[in-house]
Design a binder for this molecule. Structure first.
Ligand SMILES: C[S@@+](CC[C@H](N)C(=O)[O-])C[C@H]1O[C@@H](n2cnc3c(N)ncnc32)[C@H](O)[C@@H]1O
Length: 242
């Protein structure tokens, strides 16, 4: 998927709040939070704790989108926030929401930051977009200092190479990718509780009539596409040490 695809997607999101309200209800988000992923708010709290950031620590949000979750983690931990995304539209919204943070246009595989620039990094529902995916894991390893932690949320095919699931998930293996990039203490857990939340969200989105609301329409279409695939993928949370 290209940056211009995501620019259009974010422009549609900003023009409608109905989709946000639907997601907020299922994910348990406060009303001011604009979601770009399906991680429940309780999951965000877990991710923030797992990063083990100290106040003043340096956090990278890789593929940060509108900076929503990275901004909340920085607020909770007292860390300074940098974010990278290839969507200029998303970064404009991120900068408006978090003027204190450093948001930069860049790629999952080439952030533009220096070696060991961060104490921790988070990548929510986006590492699958790296091209190649191995370069995304390698970039995380390069920019997070030795001993720093990374936390990723994503999906994996239950059956490796399953051609029925979206192509970018068919061979994604977080444990293997993080290990090959040189991370240690790699732990990947399936989150059935998050799968249940996502199922409820997709069922409601697939059943609704989006009318001419473009954000709701793209969400509805994606839910219709995703529902049959949901049993074929597992929702995962990965942690590792650089
Ligand atoms: C599902 S959204 C998640 C956004 C954000 N992590 C969050 O949780 O709110 C995926 C994000 O990945 C970004 N993205 C996709 N491919 C990318 C790439 N190759 N380089 C940088 N960003 C990318 C998109 O622009 C989008 O913001």
């Amino acid at each position: 998927m290209t940056a211009s695809y995501f620019d259009g997607w974010y422009a549609d999101q900003s023009a409608s709040s109905a989709k946000d309200r639907l997601m907020q209800r299922h994910l348990g988000l406060p009303s001011e939070v604009v979601p770009n992923n399906t991680l429940p708010w309780t999951g965000l709290a877990e991710v923030a704790t797992m990063l083990r950031l100290e106040p003043g620590g340096r956090l990278l949000d890789l593929a940060c989108g509108r900076g929503t979750y990275g901004g909340e983690i920085a607020r909770r931990t007292g860390a300074s926030l940098s974010g990278v995304d290839f969507s200029a539209e998303a970064l404009n919204a991120a900068r408006r929401a978090h003027p204190e943070a450093d948001f930069r246009l860049g790629d999952i595989t080439a952030t533009g930051f220096g070696d060991d620039a961060f104490d921790a990094a988070v990548c929510i529902d986006a590492i699958q977009f790296g091209d190649p995916q191995s370069a995304g894991f390698a970039e995380l390893r390069r920019v997070v200092r030795p001993g720093g932690r990374v936390v990723l949320t994503c999906w994996e095919a239950r059956l490796r190479g399953d051609e029925r699931v979206p192509k970018r998930l068919q061979h994604l293996d977080l444990a293997e990718g993080l290990g090959a990039a040189g991370f240690t203490d790699v732990e990947v857990q399936e989150r059935t509780d998050w799968e249940t939340v996502e199922l409820g969200l997709n069922q409601e989105a697939a059943a609704l009539d989006p009318g001419d609301d473009r954000a709701l329409k793209s969400f509805h279409d994606e839910a219709v596409r995703s529902l049959p695939n949901m049993p074929l993928v597992r929702r995962v949370l990965a942690t590792a040490v650089s």
